[in-house]
Ligand binder design. Structure first.
Ligand SMILES: Cc1cc2nc3c(=O)[nH]c(=O)nc-3n(C[C@H](O)[C@H](O)[C@H](O)COP(=O)(O)OP(=O)(O)OC[C@H]3O[C@@H](n4cnc5c(N)ncnc54)[C@H](O)[C@@H]3O)c2cc1C
Length: 421
């Protein structure tokens, strides 16, 4: 993409964006497309050009090389007229003085600021967690480290049965490593699916050679420099030469002054993605916005929401008032022979206003479950019968009232598109 931009004018609006992930990039491109004269500074602690974070696991599994990861060219910043400050971490924000601080460097002033710092892997407390070959999988640097260690690795332990844990397990299995997955809950992907789909996934993983230990956690590691063994909370031990920690993420906001910018789990934003501090916005994994299905604030740390939020924040920063319709958790993932698609609320609370309908077809190994809140569809889990998933997501996002019994939507041959007419 080539932008027609002139060098910043003396009185040009100065936009500072912290984080050069997809939310930050989407905001910067939007601001540039709307305001050719604006001064845009982008600060990021990773050095590489912007890249596709969800695809780092494909580098681990060996289906692509690292060269396929960048989502913009190396001269992206220059062509877009953005001043990059890379390999630097923002340590503080002066909300009243309108500047950000990077270590001992001179503060960088801003007129409008975007916080797009994403998320950090949730840390673990186990003893000796700093031994060698214990990895997180959040950045391409992490995957590079894992690949370097790989020739010495025969047995790996994956902590956590979420999306990242699953992707790490799959990648290492494809590399010929023996993998054990340790899950604190009773089944994998417990944040994304219900127990029925979870048990189907568990069965599939085990049938493909993965050892899965449920309802247990790690208490300590030992090894001489590099990890050699994990001690579990149930008193057993597992020998391992590599550990991947995939226990979810937490919004990366340690530098945010909580007395000036309201924070719950993520940074609270309104529908224009403004934080509670004037001229400061937040977008992507770090932001906590309204969740369409839950009708309450939630952090939905997924790529498409980071893109959407970055764009909307960028428009508002550039001076056009645009409302964000709210976020929705959703995922499509292939787990060996199972296609799994989920969205919204999959495990509703005990409340009479929620209604669940489901259909199981054992011959086709399919399972479909819909969750309604009064007359609105608010969640779904589809296993191996995902063709209508896109339409169902649109129903949830559009908050469209469903006027027929939910069971009818699961009847063979029913086309959910009819609900839009
Ligand atoms: C292995 C893996 C698989 C995934 N798979 C999927 C998937 O299948 N589908 C999906 O929708 N999502 C997936 N995700 C999640 C998706 O990658 C994120 O939702 C998305 O990258 C969020 O974008 P972001 O711009 O908000 O944050 P990030 O991509 O995290 O970018 C934020 C940037 O800011 C930098 N930063 C943080 N703090 C500072 C600071 N103080 N100063 C300067 N820079 C800072 C970070 O280092 C980072 O470079 C996956 C993530 C991982 C790790």
């Amino acid at each position: 993409m080539r932008f027609l931009c002139s060098p910043p004018q003396e009185n040009a609006m100065k936009h500072v964006i912290i984080g050069n992930g997809i939310a930050g990039i989407s905001a910067a491109e939007t601001i540039r497309s709307m305001t050719p004269d604006a001064d845009i500074v982008m600060i990021g602690d990773e050095t590489a050009p912007p890249y596709c974070r969800p695809m780092i696991s494909m580098v681990l599994e060996g289906s692509i090389t690292g060269e396929r990861l960048p989502i913009r060219d190396a001269d992206f910043y220059e062509r877009a007229g953005i001043s990059p400050v890379l390999s630097h971490r923002v340590s503080a924000i002066d909300v009243e003085g309108k500047s950000v601080r990077i270590g001992g460097e001179r503060p960088i002033p801003f007129d409008r600021l975007l916080l797009a710092t994403g998320a950090d892997p949730r840390p673990i407390r186990a003893e000796n967690r700093h031994l060698g070959n214990i990895f997180f999988m959040r950045t391409q640097e992490h995957v590079r480290g894992m690949l370097q260690a790989l020739p010495q690795v025969r047995r790996a332990l994956i902590l956590g049965g979420g999306l990242v844990g699953f992707k790490a397990a799959y990648g290492l299995l494809r590399r010929g490593v023996e993998v054990t997955m340790l899950i604190r809950s009773g089944y994998p992907l417990s944040q994304q699916v219900d127990s029925h789909a979870g048990r189907m996934i568990l069965k599939e993983l085990v049938s493909r050679g993965l050892e899965v230990r449920v309802e247990t956690d790690v208490a300590a590691f030992d090894g001489n420099g590099a990890v050699r063994r994990a001690h579990l909370s149930d008193g057993t031990e597992i020998p391992c030469d590599m550990v991947v920690v995939g226990k979810g993420v937490l919004p990366a906001l340690s530098f945010v002054p909580r007395d000036k910018i309201a924070v719950d789990l993520g940074i609270l934003v309104d529908e224009q993605l403004r934080t509670t501090a004037p001229d400061i916005y937040a977008a992507g994994d770090v932001a906590e916005s309204m969740d369409i299905a839950r009708n309450s604030r939630w952090v939905n740390a997924i790529w498409p929401e980071a893109v959407a939020q970055g764009r909307i924040a960028g428009m508002n920063m550039a001076g056009r008032t645009v409302a964000y319709k709210g976020s929705l958790s959703r995922n499509v993932i292939r787990i060996f022979g199972l296609d799994v698609m989920t969205a919204g609320i999959v495990n509703p609370p005990e409340d009479d206003r929620y209604k669940i309908v489901s259909a199981i077809d054992r011959r086709r190994r399919s399972y479909r479950k819909l969750v309604f809140h009064e007359d609105r569809l608010v969640g779904m889990t589809l296993v191996n019968d995902i063709e209508q998933g896109g339409v169902l997501v649109a129903l949830i996002q559009g908050c469209i009232a469903v006027r027929i019994p939910g069971e009818k939507m699961l009847a063979p041959g029913f086309n959910c598109r009819r609900l839009f007419i």
